[in-house]
Ligand binder design. Structure first.
Ligand code: ADP
Ligand code: ZN
Length: 601
């Protein structure tokens, strides 16, 4: 009987477990239950796949993402694991075949949709079949508190009632306490071993910069750092989504729009192209999300600021699921702050709800304005403590300077007050900078003592002062008069001279410009990399599977670095098990040899 480690090496082609994978697998193999909380990309799948192979019988995986079952099963079959799925997309004949295979003990893994599982017919089938374990993937769907609640998941409590002796493992990347408790009660996991890994996504580089012609900033970022990578760009409106996609196309990028206003067939087509093609960029509203587990999304960009830190974390979390370096890039500005403040103020709901929304928005603005490590700030929002600055966010890589903005802030607040709290930021800056516009003369604002008192600070920096004052809640945005700034109670100590304020010094340079590409190590020969990707694409197309099902980017990168020229060397690469070595070793080695000869001659 092969051990878990044997299977890890020969079937999956990995050298070692990433703790706590080994302990989770041990727990299940010896018949125990487990609750696993691990961030996206942490390696949850192996935690049930390997025990399912080691134990007698078939592992039943319950997953809400029907669209992805086929890809997951394809990926397992590539490694010679006997896997299948049962859901509404199968015709009757195929479904019957799967059922027979299950009963005959020919399957190691069977993916089942929750609505299928609860059918009496399926339950009867499972009672007769040899079942190794139940894995409940995306277990947070059982929580009514969470945002992905699925009614069908509530039925999963029947598992421990009807199959009390079969081990269960519930897995999720959603960490908050309340959801966790709901999972434990609903799935009766009180006696389960808990494996709670941190929430951090260390391979994601967080960068938040100031908006200054956002499209050009985005274009530069993509050209310099992700010219051929897959990525997602989030925008707030459908219109902006369409326009941005068209504009990127005109600049040579393979970009497609995705939003709820598109015809559903077109939406499905765009999603499937995103999964299957290399280097496709999806410009999307938040409608694009659930079930996007393409592993090699190399960047997520935000052209508009999300309303909450939760949304930001979830959206950026779609980058780098394969654990390789990825970028979370965002630009924002005063207008975003004003727009979001207005949106929350005018949203439906009672006061308590609005207060909660304001609170969440404040946290998001706080994250944008923070001058210390962004990852520390992000994680602490989720109740996790990161002892040291991460070294992989913009504020760590390019420390932000601060300045004593007390005097400037007082002037900014005073000018809003003296002009009757009826004007927007542009006019207030004009007054401070001593401009002589029609509007100033219309209201006699040239007569104010403050007129011209802020000439020493330029326009951009004044905008920065106002933005930070709004973001920190010293000023609010008047709904009745579009964009008019009003003083909040919080201003008092500052105006009275009892409080000082430190402000972020915004630089006009790029979003913490990084000199290195994050996706590929510098030492890689781009020509070889492209040739290997092209070969992978051909193979994927022949089999009608996404390219990453053949090999992950990581494996191709290692090919570029170690240049294997015989099967023995090829077998050492991460992600190359026995089956893949047999199937693909020869043709990839041929590509590498071809490239080596071309470069020598
Ligand atoms: P999750 O479901 O937690 O988001 P996955 O199970 O999809 O994560 O794994 C993420 C990536 O890490 C995959 O590319 C997977 O093949 C890889 N991986 C998982 N475990 C290991 C390991 N022990 N060694 C190397 N790579 C691993
Ligand atoms: Zn940091």
């Amino acid at each position: 009987m092969p051990t878990a480690t044997d299977i890890l090496r020969t079937t999956f082609g990995y050298r070692a477990f990433r703790p706590p994978q080994d302990r989770i697998i041990e727990t299940l193999v010896s018949g125990g239950n487990a609750l696993v909380l691990m961030p996206t990309g942490g390696g949850k799948s192996l935690c049930y796949q390997i025990p399912a192979i080691v134990r007698d019988g078939c592992g039943i995986v319950i997953s809400p993402l029907i669209a992805l079952m086929q890809d997951q099963v394809n990926a397992l079959r590539q490694q010679d694991v006997a896997a299948a799925y049962l859901n509404s997309t199968l015709d009757q004949q195929t479904a019957q075949q799967v059922e027979q295979d299950l009963l005959a003990g020919r399957l190691d893994l069977l993916y089942v949709a929750p609505e299928r599982l609860k059918q009496p017919r399926t339950l009867a089938l499972l009672q007769q079949a040899p079942v190794a374990l139940f894995a409940i993937d995306e277990a947070h769907c059982v929580s009514q508190w969470g945002h992905d609640f699925r009614a069908d998941y509530l039925q999963l409590s029947l598992l421990h009632e009807q199959f009390p002796h079969i081990p269960r493992i519930a897995l999720t990347a959603t960490a908050d306490e309340r959801t966790r408790e709901e999972i434990i009660t609903r799935l009766a996991l009180g006696d389960a071993q808990h494996f709670i890994a941190g929430f951090d996504r260390p391979n994601i580089r967080y960068r938040i910069g100031l908006k200054n012609n956002a499209r050009q900033q985005l274009l530069r970022f993509m050209k310099e750092e992700h010219p051929t990578d897959a990525g997602i760009i989030y925008c707030m409106s459908r219109k902006k989504t369409d326009e941005t996609a068209a504009w990127l196309q005109s600049h040579g990028f393979n970009a497609l729009p995705y939003h709820a206003g598109l015809d559903s067939n077109l939406r499905a087509e765009h999603q499937s192209r995103f999964l299957r093609e290399e280097g496709l960029v999806m410009v999307a509203t938040i409608a694009f999300g659930m079930g996007i587990d393409k592993p090699n999304v190399r960047f997520v960009a935000h052209l508009d600021m999300p309303k909450t830190v939760e949304a930001y974390y979830q959206e950026t979390g779609r980058a780098g699921r394969d654990g390789e370096p990825a970028n979370a890039w965002m630009v924002y500005g005063l207008q975003d702050v004003i727009k979001l403040r207005q949106m929350t103020a005018s949203s439906e709901g009672n006061d308590a709800f609005k207060r909660a929304e304001q609170h969440r928005l404040n946290a998001m603005l706080g994250l944008c304005e923070v001058t210390s490590c962004r990852r520390q700030s992000l994680l602490s929002y989720f109740g996790e403590n990161l002892p040291d600055p991460c070294g992989n966010c913009d504020t760590c890589l390019q420390p932000v300077a601060t300045w004593d903005g007390t005097d400037a802030a007082r002037k900014a607040l005073s000018v809003a007050y003296r002009t009757g709290q009826r004007f927007g930021v542009n006019h207030l800056i004009d007054v401070l900078r001593g401009a002589n516009t029609d509007k100033i003369h219309q209201f006699d604002h040239q007569l104010l003592p403050l007129h011209g008192l802020g000439i020493d600070i330029d326009n951009n920096q004044w905008r920065s002062v106002f933005r930070q004052l709004v973001a920190r809640g010293y000023l609010s945005v008047d709904l009745e008069r579009f964009g008019a700034l009003r003083l909040e109670d919080k201003c008092r100590p500052l105006l009275k001279g009892n409080e000082a304020i430190n402000l972020r010094r915004d630089t006009t340079t790029e979003v913490a410009k990084q000199t290195t590409r994050t996706a590929l190590p510098d030492t890689i020969d781009i020509a070889l990399w492209e040739a290997l990707r092209e070969h992978r694409r051909e193979l994927a197309e022949q089999q009608d599977v996404p390219p990453y099902v053949i090999f992950h980017d990581r494996t191709l990168q290692e090919m570029c670095q170690s240049l294997p020229t015989n099967p023995q060397q090829f077998g050492q690469l991460t992600g190359v098990g026995e089956r893949k070595l047999q199937k693909y070793g020869g043709s990839f080695i041929a590509v590498i040899n071809g490239h080596l000869q071309a470069t020598i001659t």
